[in-house]
Design a protein. Sequence first.
Length: 311
Amino acid sequence: MLQQTTVGTVLNRYNDFFVMYPDLESLAQTSESELRKAWQGLGYYRRAANLFKAAKHIVEFGFSEDEEELKAIPGIGPYTASALIAIGHDLPALAVDGNLKRVISRLFRLSTPYEKGLDQEIRNMSKKEFARILKEIGPRVFNEALMDLGRSICRVRKPLCQECPLSKICQASQVGDAVSFPVRLKKKTKLHSLALLRFICLHKNQILLYKKCKGEWLEDQWELPTAMIKGDESLTQYPKLTIEIPLHECLRTNITKYKIDNYSESRKKTELLNDLPFYKKRELAYFSLQDLPHTSTASLKILKKLGHEFS
């Protein structure tokens, strides 16, 4: 849950999630669609799919203390495997997250780029530079201490070097160039503007949604029928709007590299299909506002903005 999601956002969902799924068995026995709905609001839904696959795998084959065997479990990569070893089992390993990379790269003024090789270099250090301290104070304590140091003191833009307990041995702090580490290669992704029109098709207090296809943004989620007013010509998952419609107040959202202006328009289903034949080939269904399936966040925000109540 905490991968690329803030602690505050996770705290709002954490307890409710464990009420629904108190153990691995209950998680493995649910459906992926139900799990995605329970995950709604946390974003990056591929993590929910991976969590589901991992639960099924562990229930069937058991849980390992070997890092390489852990990486064979669906959804578990190098970071999660090392975190499970170090923090879960308290065995020697470094859980190389963003905070830990920042602290160690500054501590040793590592020139290896953040995006190319830094993770592995730091993991190798667990067997050399950090072998003794991992043994003395324990991997769990050491990893959590470095993560917390990165979160609270060794910050990205304004590190509090004067408050840091490692400042006397930190090479970057001694030189005065802590903010230059870790070395970054990537430039910020430029956001592209996109304008979309979302159609509100109501019938007997039910809302018309369509299901996103595999390979599209938010695959397997449901969304309001949408047309592209202007934007990226290479984006083919939305049909182009070819009719004149007056645009009213918009709602702004972001997804991947796009900054999106969302507009809305009430429409009958028959009119929608006439204007946008694209949706004749898509899975369409009406849903009660109180019993929506796993619906895209943008669609939910638009419905809420328009005064529709849903649970």
